[in-house]
Design a protein around this ligand. Structure first.
Ligand SMILES: Cc1ncc(COP(=O)(O)O)c(C=O)c1O
Length: 386
């Protein structure tokens, strides 16, 4: 498996979830697309990619073609799907387009990604709205308790909830359909941050009962960076604008997002190849390997370090977060020191953070990882404590 990835062979890479890693065959395809662009840049970008200067009638643009191919992997119609640079851009598009008045509430959980929280705070500050934060039951996670907590945090002023599909630091899979149902019953719109979901969870976006779904393909769906997607239910597209306004203004949802100024679209156009790469490995094999390694790896680390996991196997996908022993420290500075020592002394790249009064590591399991990688991490941390 390692031969399919351009990773430095001297580093144990347990951090796939952070910014993704692009498989070599997908990078090669992206380069071929770049070469094609450079043979006639204005023709490619202004005609074939965007149709801005005219496309033969009835011929979809290259971006629309790619959107159609991606949509087929996530149960969506391509007209409801646009590319964005990353999940953050999709979240910004929705929150900054959404009509909020003074005193209206945006509902988040305390496990939302930091950039999403800041976007909500920015929008709330501009409109005089309020960010209300639900506490996720954690470290002992219970999906039913989470649904109850979200339901009880909804007030008559709640307009929109921003919910993770898979959380960032805690790596938990949220019961999204149940959460969406609770919000819908109370007239609350739902924006999903699905940054980690494509390539991990089987997706049928329209069936989730949410209003918008912003996600990354450059993490687990193996596309090149920067490639995110934003799906919007048909009745939520009219007032939705990209953070960068360009020629497509008022020309419709896909026209607004498909051209946001001159840019390198090769990652978007290569995105279908990421899904095809996963298919070529066998989706079932990938799922079993990655999920089993994340779960058994997390159990192994907790055993080695004498700590406990507060979630069940069904609460995670391809990542798992494990508490470190109390002796490892508890502050962000201690987390940064240990992260550096793991990388620069032990050649292990892994996410490590301080939260809830202790340190945690989040392991990512991709097909290029094996149990020996996790054992190296277990031993490196244990050795540092001896
Ligand atoms: C849950 C979640 N949302 C959003 C993001 C942001 O992704 P990006 O930087 O690609 O926009 C991340 C990044 O790790 C994430 O974990």
């Amino acid at each position: 498996m390692k031969t399919h990835w351009p990773l430095d062979p001297n580093v144990i890479y347990l951090n796939h979830g952070t910014v993704g890693v692009t498989p070599t065959p997908v990078l090669a395809l992206q380069q071929a697309i770049r070469d094609e662009i450079e043979r006639g840049p204005s023709q490619f970008l202004l005609r074939a990619q965007s149709g801005l200067c005219g496309c033969p009638t009835g011929v979809p643009t290259r971006v629309r073609d790619a959107a159609k191919a991606v949509a087929a992997h996530i149960g969506a119609q391509s007209d409801d799907l646009v590319f964005v640079d990353n999940a953050t851009t999709g979240v910004n598009a929705v929150l900054r387009s959404f009509a909020l008045g003074a005193g209206d509430e945006i509902l988040l959980t305390d496990h939302n990604y930091g950039a999403t929280l800041r976007t909500a705070q920015f929008v709330a500050r501009e409109r005089g709205a309020i960010v209300r934060t639900v506490t996720v039951p954690y470290p002992r996670f219970d999906p039913d308790e989470l649904v109850t907590a979200v339901a009880s945090a909804i007030t008559t002023r709640t307009r929109i909830a921003v919910l993770d599909h898979i959380t960032s630091e805690s790596a938990l899979v949220f019961p999204l359909a149940e959460l969406a149902a609770v919000c819908r019953q109370r007239g609350v719109s739902v924006l999903v941050d699905g940054a980690h979901a494509p390539g991990v969870l089987p997706l049928d976006l329209p069936a989730l009962g949410v209003d918008w779904y912003s996600a990354n393909l450059h993490k687990w769906a193996c596309s090149p960076r920067s490639c995110g997607i934003l799906w919007a239910a048909p009745d939520r597209q009219r007032d939705l604008h990209p953070p960068v306004i360009s020629w497509g203004l008022d020309q419709g949802f896909t026209a607004e997002f498909d051209w946001v100024g001159t840019r390198d679209v090769s990652a978007w156009l290569a995105a279908p190849a990421g899904f095809e790469f996963l298919n070529s490995l066998g989706l079932d094999h990938v799922w079993r390997h990655n999920h089993d390694l994340a779960w058994t790896g997390a159990q192994h680390l907790a055993d080695r370090w004498g700590t406990a996991l507060g979630y069940r196997e069904s609460d995670i996908g391809f990542m798992a977060t494990v508490p470190l022993p109390a002796a490892a420290g508890s502050t962000p500075a201690e987390a940064a020191r240990l992260r550096d020592a793991l990388l620069f002394t032990h050649h292990i790249e892994v996410q490590l953070h301080a939260a809830h009064g202790r340190l945690w590591t989040r392991i990512s399991a991709q097909v290029y990882n094996e149990m020996a990688d996790i054992e190296r991490l277990a031993e490196a941390v244990a050795a540092g404590l001896r």
